[in-house]
Design a protein around this ligand. Sequence first.
Ligand code: SF4
Ligand code: SF4
Length: 86
Amino acid sequence: MNNMPINPLSCATEGAGGPTGTWRSHRPVIDTNQCTGCLMCWIWCPEGVIAKEDRAINYDYCKGCGLCAKECPAHAITMIKEADHE
Ligand code: SF4
Ligand code: SF4
């Protein structure tokens, strides 16, 4: 069995149009009391913006796709409208 660590193939970075999170309509918010640390959100996030260590989300590049919330087995992630977020 290969013991190589799993890491994202690429990391989000600023392009010509600036950070890609600026046009997000909904943002994922993790309820740390419900989170079991299974890392499914980290594995599934297509942007690689969820930190493996503490599941902190880099909102500069999160596009709000909702995949993390859909795949979280503990239902610990809620998608909140940006307009409702202070
Ligand atoms: S998928 Fe859900 S339970 Fe698992 S680490 Fe992410 S937020 Fe926590
Ligand atoms: S909403 Fe999409 S881009 Fe943002 S953290 Fe979740 S999976 Fe990643």
